[in-house]
Design a protein around this ligand. Structure first.
Ligand SMILES: CC(C)(COP(=O)(O)OP(=O)(O)OC[C@H]1O[C@@H](n2cnc3c(N)ncnc32)[C@H](O)[C@@H]1OP(=O)(O)O)[C@@H](O)C(=O)NCCC(=O)NCCS
Length: 390
């Protein structure tokens, strides 16, 4: 029987995983079997507890949690060599490139030291989880000629990020909102970045490079890049009155509306209403966001025009409004996604390495066979290539 490819591997299982579960028809997301709403409604836990849950499959007991918080807190502190590299990076470059370079730098400093299975592997994972917010905040401050701020022991993961980024203590609501945003992004089954991480790890490359691969894959606008693209899109639409005409123009050009649609969900992404409610809480405390009504109108118009195709708001539809209100610059939105998602990446990498098989799919060859070499004086004039005008 002729083999067929499945574009984008849609619907093709390639790994067993117990980390998270999604049901695209019913709009269900569970972390280790716990519905995301349950986790958030009864929210006694914070992001680091959820990271522990995703990684270990169980919540930490009180003393385990204390140890976990201390461990991750220790790794939050950047060493001088890493800061020097961040300071040397081009200030005008995108923070996702900076983050990839920063993770590669950690690999240069620690991959060899973190040898030794499995404790070295777990040390790497704790270091990466702890350092990601510090790297993002430090690059942002350095590019603005501001001093890099050390973390504060009394603040949690989200609170520390806001402190290290902005240099002022967050309000309790700001801290809670960001903590929830990180939890909402913590894992989402075998998405493109998680798959990229697993593919790299499957070659037994080191975990720094596996996470750098994930960060690189996250950046595109069809994946995590949509969070940045969605806010820029709302800004370019400008006002509620423009929405209808803007949508018609985009659909006429057969372009995609950012923040809508999902490979798996054919109903509204369950993370979207959670972020919508968070946005509303922030606006109640700090004043409305001028683009919120544009977003609401876009959702309404898009539902009428695209709902029949199963295209509804996804996680990126409202996250940008929350970040914007928290004073986070738009080019840090994708790094924010990475800070949340690293919990899931690490949990998947653990699974991958505990039962590793090299990823090596097949292609269907469409070229010819047994061709002969053509000497240069016998070659016909080539048609223009993509390089001709460069
Ligand atoms: C996420 C995404 C890549 C999933 O897409 P997919 O499963 O590969 O589906 P396709 O891109 O093949 O789209 C299927 C159909 O829906 C349409 N569609 C999908 N997402 C759309 C969007 N955001 N806006 C308009 N049309 C969309 C496609 O044009 C296509 O229509 P057609 O069948 O008439 O040609 C896609 O929805 C998208 O590009 N969304 C915008 C980017 C985004 O927000 N990404 C973040 C995802 S969490």
């Amino acid at each position: 029987m002729a083999k067929e490819i499945v574009p984008g591997l849609a619907g093709i299982p390639v790994a067993h995983s117990g980390v998270s579960f999604i049901d695209g028809d019913q709009g269900i997301l569970e972390y280790r079997g716990i519905p995301i709403q349950t986790l958030l409604e009864e929210k006694q836990c914070n992001y680091l507890e959820v990271a522990y849950l995703l990684f270990n499959g169980v919540f930490p007991a009180a003393d385990e949690l204390q140890h976990w918080n201390t461990l991750i807190g220790r790794y939050r502190i950047l060493d001088a060599e890493t800061v020097a590299v961040l300071a040397a990076l081009p200030k005008g470059g995108h923070p996702m490139h900076a983050l990839t370079a920063a993770i590669a730098t950690l690999g240069m400093l620690y991959a060899a030291k973190d040898q030794g299975e499995p404790s070295g592997r777990y040390r790497t994972m704790a270091r990466l989880l702890g350092q990601l917010p510090s790297l993002v905040a430090a690059f942002h401050r350095l590019r603005n000629n501001l001093e890099v701020l050390p973390p504060k022991d009394e603040l949690d993961h989200a609170g520390n990020f806001l402190w290290m980024l902005r240099g002022k203590l967050p309000t309790e609501l700001e801290r809670k909102v960001l903590d929830t945003v990180f939890i909402v992004h913590a894992d989402h089954t075998l998405n493109a970045s998680t798959f990229a991480a697993r593919v790299t790890a499957s070659t037994l490359s080191d975990l720094y490079l596996a996470i750098a691969s994930a960060v690189a894959a996250l950046n595109g606008p069809l994946h995590g890049g949509a969070t940045q693209a969605t806010l820029l899109q709302l800004r370019s639409i400008g006002s509620k009155a423009q929405v209808g005409a803007w949508v018609d123009a985009i659909l006429a050009k057969k372009e995609k509306i950012m923040g809508l649609g999902h490979r798996v969900y054919k109903v509204k992404d369950p993370r979207a209403p959670i972020l919508e409610r968070l946005a509303e809480k922030l606006f109640a405390e700090q004043g409305a966001h001028p683009l919120y009504e544009v977003a609401m109108e876009l959702e309404r118009v898009a539902k009428a025009k695209l709902g029949y195709k199963g295209i509804y708001p996804n996680v990126d539809f409202f996250s940008g409004l929350v970040y914007d209100k928290l004073g986070i610059p738009v080019d840090l939105f994708i790094p924010m996604f990475a800070i949340g998602r690293i919990a899931g990446w690490l949990a998947h990498l653990r699974e991958q390495l505990e039962d590793n098989h090299l990823y090596r799919p097949e292609q269907i060859y469409t070229g010819s066979h047994n061709q002969s070499y053509v000497p240069i004086d016998k070659r016909g004039k080539q048609a223009k290539t993509v390089w001709s005008n460069l």
